[in-house]
Design a protein around this ligand. Structure first.
Ligand code: ADP
Ligand code: ZN
Ligand code: ZN
Length: 714
């Protein structure tokens, strides 16, 4: 008889070892296939880790502290994960200190997840032509029915069918991909690009940090490297941080390499994801463009991985397993023996520090293709406010007017959606907060609602003050909706479009807004950070950054870096083609080095400054960090758990233990956080696993969330 070890999602405990089940009969079962099992009377779907032949089941049973039960059903006919991906899942589980099953879940499209047991079976009807003569006539052996009916009347079709010249079949719907073509590069590479390309190719370092100004021709370098890989018949993976950037990247790659492209991002439906996954699995797509989760695509032979805008937060997954896409990409490149290009104008300090130490190959593009960098102006908002310019400063307002007159386009970046972030009672000063989170409610004028940006809770804005009953409210701060209103007031003829999480809830809305803006159907694009990244609009010659020092208020070791990145990235959208560009950065804390150096676009000076601060605080990249979060409904239980853990780790003098600190309530959950720092990553991981494996909390009461190399501590 066979004994099968199966990874399941334990219903109560945060356990990570497989459970054993019996398999009678001769059915094919192998690692990476899903099975249905019973766990304490609950039906669960599990993932097979191993299958072994056991002679003496009774002896085997004695080694276990639970009763062996039979596998109830085998779901798949073949493994869902090949050996590379299976090993990757195990590795990822160790590196991120998370359950193996959660890693497999993160790696597969929803339709194939270990917790679900059914594949989507969207079918479509095909016409299969059986008659030789007819095959010649239609120049095909088979065709989708809907295509066939384009070429022939319904009447003739039913005649053929009755005469048995053809029949129909329902087949599982598959995404179609087209032909790979290699079109010539439409221009000469610049000397700098040529040199960068040569240096990358001769380097024996497989990880390359391509540090290039915005508009310096990085994407062209990606395409040149992609071309080489594609010609060798290998696959190429291009990762971008945001859905809004996939369509632009796809367009650029499609016009160069044809239609053999798969797309993968969270905006697709489950069926679409499954189909795109199949395209890659069956090696029917040469190029994959996608966001974070595309890094897990089942490639057969990967020849290049590009991680564009490598500094971007969205490459770090913010739920279990909290992996970083860069780590996964590098791991996969080792298996496939291919290069990983990390591209950015503002690399993370970690990556740049590694490149300086030659852990990565450093390649620099320090000139823009067309223009010099845009001229940047720092605007002191303290003075502007005194003059009565609360939202748009006077110099920026003037600049907008000038650009509009010249039929050029403007981007205004404000990293806060809604109308205003705070509503205060005009009578007593009471601020409205979310009933589920310790967060103020934002006022959204478009929908006349109060919205929690943390949990999505919303209520009518027509409320009485819970403290004094007054119905008069004052709005504080600005959000994108209010900025649009103000811009509209100043420039009534300007055509303005807003892009933020609220205006892009519909499928495809990102692409539609950006295309319309590109086609110059709008003059001004107002949006949150989703418009700061990577976009390449030739007619944009002015960028305004609002509340640029806002992120500095976060109590986070990364907040200066995030402030710097946002300003530099936003500035990079201006003046990318022939016309010179301008940038206005509005801030209150105008003497801060993060702001000043960002306005001057001086990454190296920023890096040196910031590294000193990180050094003195023993922050990454000088240390490795793990954040431990304890979350649940009962604050006392959590506090006890957190303090107990802190005590445990404090005994170890190779670790620095900070906290626990109580965080703001979120979605009705209290949270405590402990931060561990250590100079030695593998030691830190080992110690954490030792501790983690001993935790027997019911995860519905005390959920332990581990974040290795946390990006954001908020
Ligand atoms: P980045 O990715 O660094 O922002 P891009 O690769 O998008 O830069 O290049 C900026 C612009 O310059 C794009 O419009 C691109 O088509 C164009 N470009 C890139 N390389 C060249 C070149 N060698 N000659 C002419 N135009 C180029
Ligand atoms: Zn009041
Ligand atoms: Zn809330």
């Amino acid at each position: 008889m066979r004994v099968v070890s199966v990874y399941i999602e334990h219903p109560v405990m945060q356990l990570n070892s497989p459970f054993h089940y019996l398999l009678k009969g001769e059915d094919y079962l192998a690692r990476g296939m899903r099975v249905k099992v019973d766990f304490n009377g609950r039906p669960l779907v599990g993932f097979v880790d191993s299958v072994e032949e056991v002679e003496d089941i009774e002896a085997y049973q004695k080694t276990l502290d639970y009763q062996l039960k039979e596998i109830q059903e085998i779901i798949d006919t073949e493994p869902l994960l090949n050996e590379e991906l299976y090993q990757l899942g195990l590795w990822m589980s160790y590196q991120t200190v998370s359950p193996v099953i959660s890693c497999f879940q993160a790696m597969l499209p929803a339709a194939l997840k270990p917790s679900s047991s059914h594949k989507p079976a969207a079918k479509e009807r095909w016409v299969v032509i059986d008659d030789q003569q007819l095959k010649k006539e239609f120049e095909a052996d088979e065709m989708l029915l809907k295509d066939f009916l384009q070429k022939c009347t319904t009447y003739r079709y039913s005649k053929y069918r009755k005469a048995a010249l053809l029949h129909t079949e329902d087949r599982v719907k598959q995404a179609q991909s087209g032909q790979l073509r290699i079109n010539p590069t439409p221009y000469e590479l610049t000397e700098k690009q040529k040199k960068a390309l040569d240096d990358i190719e001769v380097s024996d370092n497989n990880v390359v940090l391509l540090h290039g100004l915005t508009g310096s021709g990085k994407t062209e370098i990606y395409m040149q490297l992609a071309q080489k890989a594609l010609i060798q018949g290998r696959q190429v993976l291009i990762l971008v941080p945001e859905i809004s950037l996939t369509s632009m990247m796809i367009e650029r790659f499609r016009s160069r390499f044809g239609d053999s492209i798969a797309v993968y991002h969270s905006g697709l439906s489950n069926t679409e994801k499954y189909q795109q996954h199949q395209l890659v699995r069956q090696n029917r797509a040469s190029l994959v463009v996608g966001t974070r989760s595309a890094v897990f695509m089942p490639f057969a032979d990967l020849g290049l991985i590009v991680l564009d805008e490598e500094h971007d937060n969205s490459y770090k997954q913010d739920s279990t397993p909290r992996y970083h896409t860069r780590d996964i990409a590098i791991k996969r490149s080792q298996y496939h023996h291919c290069k990983v290009i990390l591209g950015s104008a503002t690399p993370t300090l970690e990556s740049y520090a590694r490149a300086v130490k030659n852990v990565y190959q450093l390649i620099t593009l320090d000139e823009r293709i067309f223009q010099q960098l845009p001229t940047s102006h720092l605007v002191d908002m303290n003075r502007q406010v005194r003059q009565g310019n609360f939202i748009i400063s006077q110099p920026l307002a003037q600049a907008i007017g000038k650009r509009l007159e010249n039929h050029q386009q403007v981007i205004l970046l404000l990293n806060r959606r809604g109308y205003t972030p705070i509503m205060k009672c005009a009578a007593c000063g009471e601020v409205l907060t979310c009933p589920h989170c310790d967060v103020t409610l934002s006022y959204h004028k478009d929908e006349d609602k109060l919205v929690c940006h943390c949990c999505g809770y919303s209520q009518s804005a027509d409320v009485a003050c819970p403290k004094c009953g007054s119905r008069k409210w004052r709005n504080y701060g600005i959000g994108t909706q209010r900025l649009v209103e103000e811009t509209n007031r100043l420039y009534p003829e300007a055509r303005i479009v807003r892009m933020d999480a609220d205006s892009t809830t519909q499928k495809d809305s990102h692409r539609r807004i950006l295309e319309a803006f590109r086609a110059h159907e709008y003059d001004i694009l107002v949006g949150t950070q989703m418009i700061a990244k990577g976009l390449d609009f030739p007619d944009v010659t002015l960028v305004g950054v609002f509340n640029a020092d806002g992120p500095l208020n976060r109590m986070d070791y990364r907040s200066v870096e995030m402030t710097f990145d946002l300003i530099v990235q936003a500035s990079g959208r201006s003046g990318r083609k022939e016309t010179e560009g301008e940038v206005y950065v509005q801030a209150y804390d105008v003497s801060h080095y993060g702001i000043r150096l960002a306005v001057r676009q001086n990454y190296i000076a920023f890096f040196n400054n910031e590294m000193q601060y990180r050094h003195s605080g023993f922050y990454p990249p000088y240390s490795y960090m793990i954040a431990l979060m304890f979350a649940g409904k009962d604050p006392q239980l959590l506090e006890d758990a957190a303090f107990k853990a802190a005590e445990h780790f404090r005994l170890d003098d190779r670790l620095r233990t900070l906290g626990p600190s109580k965080l703001l309530k979120r979605k009705d959950e209290s949270r405590y956080r402990l931060v561990l720092k250590c100079a030695d990553r593998s030691y830190l991981l080992e110690e954490l696993w030792k501790w983690y494996d001993q935790q027997t909390y019911n995860r519905h009461q005390v959920a332990i969330q581990v974040d290795v190399d946390p990006y954001i501590l908020d």
